[in-house]
Write a protein that binds this ligand. Structure first.
Ligand SMILES: Cc1cc2nc3c(=O)[nH]c(=O)nc-3n(C[C@H](O)[C@H](O)[C@H](O)COP(=O)(O)OP(=O)(O)OC[C@H]3O[C@@H](n4cnc5c(N)ncnc54)[C@H](O)[C@@H]3O)c2cc1C
Length: 445
């Protein structure tokens, strides 16, 4: 065992977007910070579609030019379609009146994450790659972290504070039994990179395409002119029924999802299929004396609205500001830490409201059949672009929208879709014609 006595202010566990952002901010404020990262970068990571509010974070961190220089695909909209490809549309960020940033990037995460981590290094953070967290102990004076390097040797590192940004590993929450699986969200993603997928062109170039099935969905993210990331997200039971033959499962879903089949015809896969299982969880406490949790380590949200990286960077920034203040004041726990916890949970809750609704039929019926009423779409646009603090004008519109989702259960505000278990929802032509309820009067969202 080697003991490092380096008078560190902060140890950041994990060098993903949350950890790199936290380290960048802390080092920028003149604190002595070290990142302990288990992997060596560049490393593969899922989660390639960013949100417009990421751009605000890049500007604030002063790294927009560095990020832009990677030549990432510009994303202006998200397209949501039923798996049959007949109902749906384009959510264009520039059209949202409460949305302050109009575009985002689609990024290859190995490239993007490495850039962020190197930028943190350039700002003065010390980065130890290949050193994985083993345990930590909080004392009166500080916190001691034990990590293990690639040679199997353990080291002890001391600091005043620790920020856990270890992603879904959420190492400190797991150890303390604070990581709780989100009920009803046992999902599995099967994904890979492909060449030759037919993606939107012209003005729609760069759009992410989401195809919706019952309790399941598909993402298609353009990584560059040739390569597309394609992933299937399904319930644990559907995956378990086909897990002995994942290739066969993939082919079946492609065959049964007409829009996916059309777009994938003539494509070829680059490398293996990856699997990510059981990923939604919440964490009971995000702050403890001398410890803060950020990014996925503070709770993982179903990725259907591509919120992960933006939320990770936002919480990484906020945690760093709060820690920096506590270190300067010589304190182990502050009010600002509690306020941080509330802020992170509020933004997560805003997305959770959409995620929970997404797996219900009334929401999908309204979401896939939008109509211009009361500018409700702009409130949805702002949330899905990543805006944390919504003005009142957006908040009441959200309430009206979710009120309509409730109403849609009983009265067809918009036409019903045919919902066959395990299949893509389809338009119900007969019921459309009957057009009962508000749908007949052209109402909707
Ligand atoms: C199927 C799927 C699809 C997704 N799609 C999107 C998307 O389109 N857009 C989006 O924004 N987000 C998406 N996400 C979410 C996104 O990937 C995460 O929210 C994001 O990576 C969180 O960043 P982070 O820094 O918190 O964690 P991570 O990026 O996971 O970084 C954590 C780091 O900690 C390191 N680490 C782990 N254990 C240890 C340890 N013991 N010691 C030291 N270091 C350790 C890891 O090596 C890693 O580098 C998706 C997620 C999934 C599962």
């Amino acid at each position: 065992m080697r003991i490092q006595a380096d008078n560190l202010d902060v140890i950041v566990l994990g060098g993903g977007p949350a950890g790199a952002t936290a380290a960048m901010v802390l080092a920028g404020e003149g604190l002595k910070v070290r990142v302990l990262e288990k992997a060596r970068f560049p490393r593969f990571h899922v989660g390639e579609s960013l949100l417009p509010y990421n751009m605000g974070l890049f500007e604030e961190l002063g790294i927009e030019e560095e990020v832009k220089s990677s030549g990432h695909v510009v994303k202006r909209a998200a397209q949501f379609w039923s798996g049959a490809g007949e109902v749906g549309g384009r959510l264009e960020f520039a059209k949202g009146t409460f949305t302050e940033h109009q575009q985002a990037y689609q990024v290859e995460r190995s490239v993007f994450d490495e850039k962020l981590l190197r930028l943190a290094g350039a700002r003065g953070a010390e980065v130890w790659e290949g050193c994985g967290y083993v345990s930590h102990a909080v004392t009166e004076q500080g916190v001691v972290v034990t990590c293990r390097d690639e040679a199997g040797e353990t080291r002890e590192v001391g600091a005043k504070f620790v920020v856990d940004a270890t992603g879904m590993q959420a190492v400190t929450a797991r150890k303390a039994g604070l990581r709780k699986e989100r009920e009803g969200h046992r999902k599995v993603a099967v994904y890979g990179h492909f060449e030759g997928v037919e993606m939107p062109g012209g003005e729609e170039t760069g759009d992410i395409v989401l195809l919706i099935r019952d309790q399941a969905w598909v993402w298609m993210i353009p990584l560059d002119e040739k390569r597309t990331s394609v992933g299937l997200v399904m319930g644990r039971a559907e995956f378990d029924a086909g897990r002995s033959d994942v290739e066969g499962l993939w082919e079946r879903v492609v065959r049964e999802t007409p829009e996916l089949k059309r777009r994938m015809a003539g494509s070829s896969r680059l490398g293996a299929l990856h699997i990510e299982a059981d990923y939604s969880f919440s964490v009971e406490h995000l702050v403890e004396p001398r410890l803060m949790r950020a990014g996925d380590a503070a709770g993982f949200l179903d990725p259907v609205f591509s919120s992960g990286v933006m939320l990770a960077m936002e919480s990484g920034r906020d945690a760093a500001r709060v820690v920096s203040e506590a270190v300067r004041e010589g304190r182990s726990m502050t009010r600002a830490m509690r306020a941080y916890e509330r802020g992170v949970n509020e933004h997560l809750a805003l997305f959770w409201q959409f995620v929970e609704a997404f797996y219900t039929r009334p929401f999908i019926e309204l979401f896939l059949q939008p109509k211009a009423v009361l500018n409700l779409g702009s409130a949805i646009n702002a949330v899905l672009a990543g805006r944390a603090k919504l003005p009142w004008a957006a908040r009441w519109r959200l309430r009206v929208f979710f009120g309509l989702v409730k109403l849609q259960r009983y009265v067809p505000v918009v036409p019903r879709l045919r919902w066959v278990e395990g299949q893509p929802p389809e338009r119900m032509v007969e019921e459309d014609r009957e057009g009962r309820g508000l749908a007949a009067q052209g109402a909707g969202v």
